[in-house]
Design a protein around this ligand. Structure first.
Ligand code: GLP
Length: 228
């Protein structure tokens, strides 16, 4: 695991955007795993207008259950706002789990199949939950887990309440599993701000336990952690 520290969120975002753009220039048909949350917003802002994204294929890490794509709090809306509506990506190459599917288990299996059929994730960007979650893999998640429906912890729902006008954060989500994420050839994790201090310190500590999901990344050979 390589660590890079930055003086500011802006500097972290600029570097993350550089990694994003360089990866697309090297492989215009790259398969990307993409995060949501506040942290990657600066990276997405800086990617816009920098390269053609015509052939890239994307898989988002997660989506809330029971929330449709046009709901303001959905990750689908987030991705449209921050990235997809601002780049020339082919909509057919965008994948976000469908939290409104009538058969959620089938949707999760389908998502895994789509990742495999696309050749697997080349590069996945991750955020970091205050409790160490990656995607929506909460503490206790087995490292071999695959895409599935999960129940969100109270702290995660609280942390994400701002995205729901009525404060009512869904109780469940679909998330790529830790096993799914670990199969990505390269991983870049972004963590910024006071609220992430403890989680960053714990990740630096190198203890590996399912009680701290991000620690699974110590078992991967190509991870860069960008911290500000
Ligand atoms: C949510 C997302 C995660 C993200 C985390 C951190 O829980 N499901 O993928 O990493 O939030 O978000 P933020 O960057 O807003 O702190």
């Amino acid at each position: 695991m390589k660590w890079q520290s930055f003086d500011s969120y802006e500097a972290l975002s600029a570097h993350a955007a550089r990694l994003f753009i360089e990866a697309i220039r090297e492989n215009p048909a790259i398969v990307l795993g993409l995060p949501t949350g506040r942290t990657p917003v600066g990276m997405y802002e800086r990617v816009v207008n920098e390269c053609t994204c015509r052939q890239i294929v994307t898989f988002n890490l997660d989506e809330y259950v029971g929330i449709s794509c046009d709901h303001p709090g959905s990750y689908c809306t987030y991705m449209q706002q921050h990235l997809f509506s601002r780049i020339d990506i082919d909509p057919a190459n965008v994948h976000i789990p469908d939290g409104t599917a009538s058969d959620l288990e089938a949707e999760c299996a389908h998502y895994e199949r789509q990742i495999t059929q696309s050749g697997g994730l080349d590069l996945t960007f991750l955020g970091l939950g205050q409790n160490g979650h990656i995607g929506f893999n909460e503490p206790g998640t087995p490292f071999e887990s695959r895409t599935r429906v999960v129940e969100l912890t109270k702290s995660t729902r609280l942390a994400n309440a701002a995205h729901f006008a009525d404060g009512h954060v869904p109780s469940h989500a679909i998330t790529m599993g830790i096993g799914t994420i670990l199969e990505s050839k390269r991983i870049v994790l972004l963590a910024s701000g006071e609220s992430k201090r403890d989680a960053i310190a714990r990740l630096r500590g190198r203890g590996i336990t399912p009680e701290f999901p991000a620690s699974a990344l110590h078992g991967h050979g190509d991870v860069i952690v960008l911290v500000a």
